[in-house]
Design a protein around this ligand. Structure first.
Ligand code: ADP
Ligand code: ADP
Length: 225
């Protein structure tokens, strides 16, 4: 089966369908970018996959397993949000180690993994730096390291580069793409930036008003009217 399958998933806020019977498959190792205007349901899609939001109907499956009733921390998903929400009172190492310690990793094991992750995201040796001393791009890297720490089977990014200036975004997008290819990570990312989606994705899904309006490779979506 695909790593992720949404089967006619509907999410309702009051009387409004934020997602309207959405079907979506994401294959193992694939990077899918969800594109669409504000309010089209992109964040809701991530929230329902993460188990932060209940589906009114339909099924979310991970590796073939129905996730209804499965709490967020047992779904094996990593999350990185727009405003990255680092813990300001912890240093870089403390931020990256957070999920590991929560999952019962010992100090030595967590330290090893944190060092490995900081190398991976291009911040070697940054363990003891206070997060408020970091630039925006560095904070994004820390948030990414934190999301990758528990080796999620699915990494979900919500406007991962949203706060950064254009030059930095373009550079980071290429770095992310290489990193995901190297790790074999499966990624579901949400953005309203077309250039970012096309640069990052194997497949682009365009949302409109709670429905999938288009889906295909970046080239296919680009060429559709
Ligand atoms: P996007 O991420 O594409 O901006 P969202 O998934 O945040 O879209 O929102 C989809 C729709 O659902 C919007 O109309 C939004 O206002 C509405 N919505 C999102 N979250 C809530 C909520 N907690 N309560 C009520 N309506 C919500
Ligand atoms: P973003 O645009 O960054 O995706 P939103 O402003 O849509 O964020 O949402 C911020 C928070 O408010 C989210 O938790 C979302 O679920 C909630 N939210 C969004 N729209 C509504 C709404 N119409 N009513 C209540 N809560 C909402």
């Amino acid at each position: 089966p695909p790593l992720l399958r949404l089967d006619e998933v509907t999410v309702r806020y009051g009387r409004k369908d934020a997602l309207d019977a959405v079907d979506l498959d994401v294959a193992e190792h694939e990077t899918v970018c969800v594109l669409g205007p504000s309010g089209s349901g992109k964040s809701t899609m991530l929230r329902v996959v993460a188990g932060l939001q209940r589906a009114a109907s339909g099924r979310v499956r991970l590796a073939g397993r129905d996730q209804s009733g499965v709490p967020t921390h047992r779904r094996g998903v990593g999350l990185m949000f727009q405003d990255h929400q680092l813990f300001p009172q912890r240093d870089v190492g403390g931020n990256v180690a957070f999920g590991l310690r929560m999952r019962g990793a010992g100090r030595a094991e967590a330290d090893r993994r944190v060092a490995e992750l900081l190398d991976l995201v291009g911040l070697p040796g940054a363990q003891r730096r206070p997060v408020d001393s970091l630039s925006g791009g560095e904070q994004q890297r820390v948030a990414l390291a934190r999301a990758l720490a528990p080796r999620p089977r699915l990494l979900m990014l919500d406007e991962p580069l949203g706060q950064l200036d254009r030059g930095l975004r373009e550079r980071l997008v290429m770095e992310l793409r290489e990193l995901f290819a190297r790790l074999g990570t499966t990624v579901l990312a949400v953005t309203h930036d077309q250039g970012e989606a096309f640069a990052l994705a194997d497949r682009v899904v365009v949302m409109e008003d709670g429905r999938i309006a288009q889906s295909g490779t970046p080239l296919e979506v680009w060429q559709q009217p």
